[in-house]
Design a protein around this ligand. Structure first.
Ligand code: IMP
Ligand code: MG
Length: 179
């Protein structure tokens, strides 16, 4: 049987400091304007909740859902929209809020999808980035941490829906997969 082991990669203070930095950056970039934070369910919810409180602007929330990895760690290559935004986005400053940029397939799909709503601007905020895994040439506008190619959980990120409630971001080491 697999034994899960968690190794802390980013602690609560490191995350909080970085989220405050990203919020301050967004606040400056959109001074005098309103923004819509669009969270990608479910992984981005905790990041969005913390980031939103560091953005000192007129802000609203919306959420979208896409098909996920299921219980596997690998991206199937196919992204499907399961839930669209609830409100019209035409003329809005959209910030897509995502937990992690991995292959880039999800955000490439969502970016194209959201452009169809004719926003005024469209930016990407991702707490984590695994640039070495990229299969689509996409980059985040507000990126928290670049991390190595390891599977991480916590602070919203899951493995088979578990571990989202961990306050830290941890590498999930499974027997046979650890050094
Ligand atoms: P992408 O389409 O490959 O960029 O994948 C993005 C999505 O994959 C994220 O929203 C996460 O749900 C999931 N994902 C990618 N890497 C990890 C990881 O290390 N841990 C947990 N989920 C991940
Ligand atoms: Mg996700």
């Amino acid at each position: 049987m697999d034994v899960d082991r968690l190794r802390v990669l980013l602690n609560q203070k490191q995350i909080a400091d970085k989220v405050a930095e990203l919020g301050a950056h967004i606040t400056l970039d959109f001074a005098g304007e309103s923004v819509v934070l669009i969270g990608v369910l479910k992984g981005a919810t905790i990041f969005l909740a913390d980031l939103a409180r560091q953005i000192k602007l007129d802000a609203t929330f919306d959420f979208i859902a896409v098909s996920s990895y299921g219980n596997s760690r690998e991206q199937s290559g196919e992204v499907k929209l399961l839930k669209d935004v609830d409100h019209p986005m035409e003329g809005k400053n959209i910030i897509l809020v995502e937990d992690i940029l991995d292959t880039g397939l999800t955000l490439t799909y969502l970016k194209n999808q959201m452009m169809g709503h004719k926003p005024k601007s469209l930016k990407i905020a991702a707490l984590l980035d695994k640039p070495s895994r990229r299969r689509q040439p996409i980059r985040g506008d507000y990126v928290g941490f670049e991390i190595p190619d390891e599977f991480v959980v916590g602070y919203g990120l899951d493995f088979a829906e578990r571990f989202r409630n961990l306050p830290e971001i941890c590498v999930l080491e499974t027997d046979g997969n650890s050094s």
